[in-house]
Design a protein around this ligand. Sequence first.
Ligand code: PMP
Length: 309
Amino acid sequence: MSIPIVPQRYIWVDGKLVQWGDAKIHIISHALHYGTGVFEGMRAYKTEMGTAIFRFKEHIKRFFDSAKFLKIHIGFSSSELLDACRTVLEQNDLEEAYIRPIAFKDCMAMGLNASKCASKVVIAAWPWSTYLGDAYTKGARCMISSWRRMPSFSFPTVAKICGSYVNSQFAKMEAVEHGYDEAIMLDVRGYVSEGSGENIFVVKGNRLMTPPLSASVLPGITRDTIMTLASRAGYYVGEEDITVGELLTSDELFLTGTAAEVTPVVEVNGHKIGDGKPGKVTLEMQRAYEAVTRGKDNVHLQWLELLNT
Ligand code: PMP
């Protein structure tokens, strides 16, 4: 099952607030047929200084970068999109939310060359607890997917392009059908790549390793946050190719993502990871991420985009 969303009052569509139920597209829109859209997933957290979007600048940069691949022209500046996020949160009375900007080709033209196709920019937000639910505390049970993550020579793995998420969906559906919480995808070479919607970290002693971008991973903003927080906490942090053997014999494993935050992994394909419970370093990283997103870590206050709502 995908996770149901509680409808909110308004969605921002190309500069205007539209009633949630009226935010519709035509069935002949290009994006529906060919996946020609790009999106972001950000979170706004409540802090003592007010509501703040975590690492808005990095998310919005990735949004613009993703759009370039599809030649989607986003006719708004990042500060206009920040204002739009503020409006969406305010008008829906949301102090904390998951925020979903999406830009997609909505022209009614068929055929694959969509470079001249018109597009829309939309921002929706809703309350969303951590993506993998109970696994946040209990630890996730993961399956190594039989689907490989599409390689960077077939699509830009650095971008969040709607159509490319079909690859992730195959992996996620397969894992859930087999009774697991999440899939771990390998790259075309057989090295560990990432979860269907999260990056992955392996812990061995005081070393934290995560696959390099050349393993077809999305350059996750949470991944970058954890790399920074872990080095600051004195761990050795490296981007290294990880074999399935290294994955299964790691002391600890965890997934990172805006939606999943820092979720421990306690089992992969029936193999217990460590002692089969969320590990010490993972929990330390979970706490550190909670602190930094809620404005309780004074070193990284620059990561908070305060909205003053
Ligand atoms: N990998 C994939 C495939 C994702 O969809 C996501 C979620 N955006 C991530 C990794 C994690 O990225 P971030 O930390 O920027 O949310």
